[in-house]
Ligand binder design. Structure first.
Ligand SMILES: [Fe+2]
Ligand SMILES: [Fe+2]
Length: 250
């Protein structure tokens, strides 16, 4: 199976993936985050089954949605089993950009607004990326046979999803499926670039604010303290103050 560009990047980042999956708390967090992504994807594909006018695609989308919701159950059950086996509770609410996403990425798409060929092209690329990533994770968790079995089972479905979306794309758009795939790939790359640019901008912003805090603020704090030391203590009369009694109207 040819690897998607994201999967090739994952291979380069293999040591980081090993580090992430090597910790039981991170492993639980990843599995539960995958469960959310798969369930979201399943609901979106269910919506696609509702709105498509193509009866064959409706049946395939329905089967696909059931698979994704089943994947969500598998990930959730495995994450819960690992969580139960641990002595202390792990915070599973925090989720960062780098440790989430099984790469279905349907949050990038409004299913109702997309024609079948665009949705199929997007789904094909997403399933291909997910299959590459899950194959990598399956190999990374060799020390945990039940988790490895979950990835093994899900991977078979993802490969089927990757293949049927390609076949159906070629059926519904025989003259331009290559162009549709190219456009979907460009759109995914652009959205990935925007996410990375936003993350980098956030890091730069934090660094600049920290530098400002330690470099620009101290001189102002020193000047303020010096001005405060020069102020006489207690009440002082205001310059040019009037001396009428406070009860006088004028
Ligand atoms: Fe899935
Ligand atoms: Fe899938």
């Amino acid at each position: 199976m040819p690897l998607a560009s994201g999967a090739r990047l994952d291979l380069v980042l293999l040591p980081i993936h090993r580090w992430i999956w090597g910790d039981s708390e991170r492993r639980v967090r990843k599995l539960l985050a995958f469960a959310e992504v798969e369930a979201d994807g399943g609901r979106d594909i269910l919506r696609a089954a509702e709105v498509t006018a193509d009866p064959l695609l409706r049946r395939l989308y329905l089967a696909h949605a059931i698979d994704e919701l089943h994947h969500a159950d598998l990930f959730r059950q495995r994450g819960a089993a690992l969580l139960r086996s641990r002595s202390r509770y792990a915070d599973t609410s925090s989720r960062s950009a780098w440790d989430a996403s099984g790469d279905h990425g349907l949050d990038d798409l409004r299913v109702e607004d997309e024609p079948d060929e665009s949705l199929l092209a997007f789904l094909h690329l997403s399933e291909k990326a997910a299959a590459g990533r899950f194959a990598l994770y399956r190999d990374v968790v060799r020390d945990d046979p039940p988790t490895r079995a979950v990835f093994e089972e899900i991977l078979r479905d993802e490969v089927f999803h990757m293949n049927y979306t390609y076949t159906q794309l070629a059926r519904v758009s025989p003259g331009s499926y290559g162009w549709k795939l190219w456009r979907a790939r460009a759109s995914r790359l652009w959205k990935r670039y925007l996410r990375m640019a936003a993350a980098v901008a956030g890091i730069f912003g934090s660094v600049l604010l920290t530098i400002q805090y330690f470099v620009l603020l101290p001189p102002f704090a020193w000047l303020a303290k010096r001005a405060a030391r020069r102020e006489p203590a207690g009440w002082i009369p205001a310059p040019g103050a009037r001396h009428q009694p406070p009860t006088s109207q004028y």
